[in-house]
Structure formats: C-alpha cells, structure tokens
Design a protein around this ligand. Sequence first.
Ligand code: AMP
Length: 322
Amino acid sequence: MRPTQPRLHIGNYEGALRNWVDLQNKGFEMFCMVADWHALTTMFEETDQIGQNSIGVAKDFIAAGIDPDKSAIFVQSHVKEHAELHLLFSMVTPLGWLERTPTYKEKRDAMGGAEREPYGLLGYPVLQTSDILLYRPYGVPVGRDQAPHLEIGNDIGQRFNRLYGQDIFPTYKYLIPEDETRAKLPGLDMRKMSKSYDNCIYLADTADETAKKIKSAYTTPSKIKKDDPGIPESCAVCQYLKVYSPNWQTQWEEDRQGLRGCMMNKTECTEAINEYFRPMRELRASLDDNDVREILRQGAEKASAVASQTMIEVRKAMGLLA
Ligand code: AMP
C-alpha cells in the first residue's frame, strides 16, 4: 500500500487488506509493506507528509487485524534489499515490457509527457517485482487493478532464473477477491474508488463523516420516487449493501421492485458500514505513533532477515564477487 495519504480507503481494504488478515489468520507468513518509495513516483514534489502518512497506513493495517506478532509490518525504505534487487532486475528487464504496461502511458501523459516523466515511473513494475520476489512468495493478495503489473513480475523472475540457470524465484499467484465488487470496489460516484477521484470512504472516517458521504452517493438515476424500480447493479449504495449488509439480497429485491426508497437504502447502508468498521476505528484511534514506529522497526528486521538471504543467492547466481 502506498502512503500517498494518511489513511486507507475501504477499496484498499476490500481489494487487499481484508485478504491479508484472512491469510494471516489461516497461518500464512505475511509481509505487509508500506510502499513509500512507490509513493514517490507520483508525489516526489511534495514529500513532507510521506513519513507521517506511513505511520497512518501502518495503523490501518493493525486496526484491520494484522497482528505484528504474527506478520511483518514494515516500511519499504527501511529494507535496503528492495533497492538492490530493483537495480539488478532493471538490468534484465526489456524496456518494451515496461512501455507496454497498461496505466503507464496514462500516468506519463498525466505528468506532462516524456520530458517531465521521472525515470522511476517507468521502472515502477520492476521495483514492485523486487518487493514481491525478495520474499519468494506463494501469492500476492491485491485488488483487480494490480493484475497487469503482477504479470510482468512473474516474467522478470522467470527470465532471471533462465538467464542464470538457477531456480531462485517461484511463479507466484495473484490472490484477487473472488467477488468482483470487492476486487474493484466502486466509489461514491460509481467510478472505481480512488483517492484521485475524491470518491472515497476511509477506514478511519467517523460515523458522521460516513453518513454524510453516503447521503451524497450515486443511486439509480431513473429512480426518482420512492416506488420507482431501482437497478442495484448500478447504484453505489446497493453495492455497499452487498458487501456490508447481511440482508442485502432482500434489500436488493425490494429495491428492484420499488418497495423501498433510496433514503432507506442509504440509512441502512450507513448503519452497516459503521457497524462493520466501528471496532477497527476504535482500535486505530487508540494506537500511539511511537508504538507504531517500534512495530515498523521490528517488522523491518523480520523482513530483512528473509530479504538478505534471497540477495545472497541472487548475487551468487549472477557471479558477483562475494
Ligand atoms: P494503491 O496503493 O492505491 O495502488 O492500492 C493498494 C491496494 O489496494 C492494491 O492492492 C489495489 O489493487 C487495491 N485497491 C485500490 N483501489 C481499490 C478499489 N477501488 N477496489 C479494490 N481494491 C483496490
């Protein structure tokens, strides 16, 4: 997760973090990273908040159920092996693979074209591959939008194995939520939930902030009167009901038949979201910055222990002088 802001939105939670907690609780060894170097690819001109944001994101991990005694919670820039593997992978990655990354051209154009585009933006998937393969994982739990980047990662790992005749890197799986609504959670305006669209509900929002946001959320445009039939598939409020309300099937059916109005949907949706996130919000508010710093320090130690072992094998495979 990139610390481009001090808190995560519930799309980050549904697409990725919820799975992280499930996997941890099933006994998987988890490496939960705050990707501060990745945040720099887009926010290199305004970095004053990035440190504090990293603490905020780590708080969200813990509030959601990541247990620092079971999982490593760490900041990318604290584990220098990420930079070293990135450099070595950058030598074996064909430029064409990177230029073909979906989203890359979009991001480059948004930054003012090739003259202003930082070198790091093109290399983003190489750094992400290093973040993943340093830990030689079984899988990477992410939202749907990350799938194209993860494909390049497996290609880079397998190319490395072939070039140096070693079987160092596994082919990892992408663990994307089966439910499409969670894999790509819509925002309040029905576009993908994203900070850049200003359409987010944050895990750390208060109950009142959540209520206010849901009030303004997008609903079926043709449903004007209470008894007009709704189309739950195209209504943001109904999408959230599906994720957070145990009675969503009845609520959807009633909406479809015009047996309930948007106000009722919004009230019940707000209650369901607030109910779901209340314990996380309370835990988050009780976390102390200095305790979180210590958790991140210990997490970096745990991550380094694994990452440094991988690097010994990588350097050896490439024939670098030990
Ligand atoms: P980001 O740092 O914003 O690129 O995203 C961090 C994680 O959240 C990635 O695994 C994304 O796939 C996931 N994610 C971001 N936005 C959404 C969304 N609207 N729905 C589901 N997952 C998302």
